[in-house]
Design a protein around this ligand. Structure first.
Ligand SMILES: [Zn+2]
Length: 375
């Protein structure tokens, strides 16, 4: 277990908080609660600081929030220009958003999974926009403040160079990198001493949003040849496979997540067994979706609206709920629990066999459960 000490108190969800963690072997990790730059109930991104001969940051935090990172570092006795190395858990705006300005000031090396380097260059927004625009309710998300920030962030990130492309099980400087795709195709968990920096792969209190398997078709051509053989990096199946893998890590490991390490005034310590809880949550969600589908064939938008509460699908939240459902339906297609029919002749069908007018029929089976066990 870790010894935990609050160096500076911030707000109730950890924004502006500084924490010192000490492992039983005496390794010290400090954490800065870097607020999001948009209105969010998520709480901060936890930026972890390793002070050795070099100064290493794990996830510098949200695009637009660099001043909070800078202030936190100063309170720990460092300046931004002292940073030698940035490790990125995955290429989402709330994690790598401050990379460009921090690297500009410090000349720090950038470490991330090798796919991150390819994703920096891919026009991710444009590639996925086509099918997304066919989803009723997407408009609110597309025109949200968050989306416009995502676009600005991607534009700035295109200037980044990935100095150290990481692959699975790389060991360097006392760190072991595990490739854990699913929430994002470039997600890393990073082991340091008895601590696993889990990015968004393993979170306390909340579950990481799965990507959709269909995205693999969109980005396959931009990926290194070792990833061209079949999809193992996008979707719920990839996420569950990665969760199983981290659950088997041995030793007295404490997980230091990028979110919710502290929430409503309390720390939420977790170990790698939290990965199994998240996996079971998704198995339960598959079961719950069969309950929605048992009354007859429905399209994805209808299933989403019936499954989630009104609050969860209001305005810009809708699209996240929609892709969450899609990720589960994709898995159940693969396990053989679902068949589809095109509801209107000539209606769009996406590369995963789903689409705006495609009706989803549950076959009455629960094969997904054995399928998950077999991953
Ligand atoms: Zn995140």
């Amino acid at each position: 277990m870790l010894e935990t000490e609050i160096i500076k108190k911030g707000d109730d969800s950890g924004n502006g908080t500084l924490v010192k963690y000490t492992t039983s072997t005496g390794a010290v990790i400090k954490a800065i609660g870097v607020p999001q730059s948009w209105k969010s109930t998520l709480g901060p991104t936890w930026c972890y600081v390793i002070e050795g001969d070099d100064l290493t940051l794990v996830d510098p935090g949200c695009y637009g929030s660099m001043s909070y990172l800078e202030q936190g570092l100063e309170e720990l006795g460092h300046s931004l220009s002292d940073v030698d190395r940035i490790l990125v858990s995955h290429g989402h705006m709330d994690h790598d958003g401050s990379c460009p300005p921090v690297i500009r000031k410090s000349g720090a090396e950038l470490w991330a999974h090798e796919i991150y380097g390819f994703m920096l260059q891919a026009d991710r927004g444009d590639v996925e926009m086509g099918w997304r625009r066919e989803v009723q309710g997407y408009e609110a998300f597309e025109h949200s403040e968050t989306m416009s920030m995502v676009m600005e962030h991607r534009k700035l990130n295109r200037e980044l160079t990935l100095d150290h492309p990481v692959t699975d099980e790389l060991q360097a400087g006392g760190l072991t990198f595990y490739y854990t795709p699913g929430h994002s195709p470039d997600e890393l968990c990073i082991l340091y001493d008895q601590v696993l920096f889990s990015g968004d792969h393993i979170l306390p209190l909340i579950t990481p949003h799965p990507s959709v398997a269909m995205s693999y078709n969109s980005f396959k051509a931009t990926l290194p040849s070792t990833y061209q053989g079949g999809n193992e990096i996008y979707g719920l199946k990839a996420l569950l496979t990665s969760l199983k893998r981290m659950a088997t890590l041995e030793g007295d490991i404490t997980v230091l997540p990028a979110h919710r390490a502290f929430h409503r005034g309390q720390f939420n310590p977790i170990g790698v067994s939290r990965a199994t809880e998240i996996l079971e949550h998704h198995r339960d969600r598959c079961h719950e979706l069969t309950e929605v589908m048992k009354s007859g064939p429905k399209d994805l938008v209808t299933i989403t609206r019936e499954y989630f509460s009104d609050r969860e699908v209001e305005a810009q939240n809708f699209f996240l709920a929609f892709t969450e459902v899609m990720a589960h339906i994709e898995l159940m297609q693969e396990s053989g629990d679902i068949s589809t029919t095109n509801g209107s002749a000539g209606g769009k069908v996406w590369s995963n066999g789903l689409g705006p007018n495609v009706l989803i029929n549950w076959n009455g089976t629960d094969l997904f459960s054995a399928f998950i066990d077999g991953l």
